[in-house]
Design a protein around this ligand. Structure first.
Ligand code: SF4
Ligand code: SF4
Length: 168
């Protein structure tokens, strides 16, 4: 049986946005509208995640085996729009994602993408094959980002410190 972690529960509820968690009455409107819940046939379930956070069931939220419970969310905001109780689901899930990163549990596809943005200033760096294809299609050259500027901005968020060390 999962243990209630009151400290964790209170930490979320005491934050400005997290306090909306207390208004959830488990109607499941969020799960009914969530595109990820639909595609995964309920394997991803925002209503359940909100309940686990409300009850402080930390061990059902974190840990490698539960990664999809948090990281399955694409942050589309649909649940926020339909919730009759105005629970700030997406923001609460961001708090949980940040905690997952602190615990070193963010999925590699996520931290890898963040490293690419940090290094190249964009998520998908331009490659010769893409450039050739664009030229063949008569498309204009893609403007390159100002990588130093992006690095400066991401430096202010301390992103590099949050990413796992690169393998040698
Ligand atoms: S829609 Fe809102 S009130 Fe209903 S279960 Fe989801 S978070 Fe709770
Ligand atoms: S923000 Fe996340 S939980 Fe909410 S509807 Fe979109 S994918 Fe589902």
């Amino acid at each position: 049986m999962a243990t209630i972690d009151f400290e964790f529960r209170n930490e979320i509820i005491k934050s400005d946005i997290g306090s909306t968690l207390a208004y959830c009455y488990q109607c499941a409107t969020c799960s009914g509208a969530c595109p990820v819940a639909q595609v995964t046939e309920g394997r991803y379930n925002p209503r359940r995640l909100i309940l686990d956070a409300l009850l402080g069931l930390k061990e059902k939220i974190f840990g490698a085996e539960n990664a999809f419970n948090i990281w399955g969310c694409t942050m589309c905001d649909t649940c926020d729009e339909v919730c009759p109780q105005k629970v700030e689901l997406t923001e609460i899930f961001t708090i949980l994602k940040n905690k997952s990163i602190e615990r070193g549990e963010a999925p590699a596809y996520y931290t890898g993408q963040a490293s690419t943005v940090l290094e190249h200033g964009k998520a998908i760096p331009m490659q010769p094959a893409i450039e050739r294809r664009r030229e063949q299609l008569g498309l204009p050259k893609v403007m390159e980002p100002n990588v130093e500027e992006v690095k400066k901005l991401l430096g202010a968020t301390k992103l590099a410190e949050k990413l796992p060390p690169k393998e040698a």
